[in-house]
Write a protein that binds this ligand. Sequence first.
Ligand SMILES: [Zn+2]
Length: 51
Amino acid sequence: MIKYCLECDWQRSTTDGDTEKEVSEEAIEHFVETGHTVESLRLPPPVVLEN
Ligand SMILES: [Zn+2]
């Protein structure tokens, strides 16, 4: 899952080693601190095997 800001370069992703809970909390924090709109994007499963 990626959370990103529509109004600045803020971005957090579970691919950086954070849990979804941590990413969500940081997104809320960013919104509370800045009033910016944070969008979320679901990632595909981490491992996608294509033969
Ligand atoms: Zn922002």
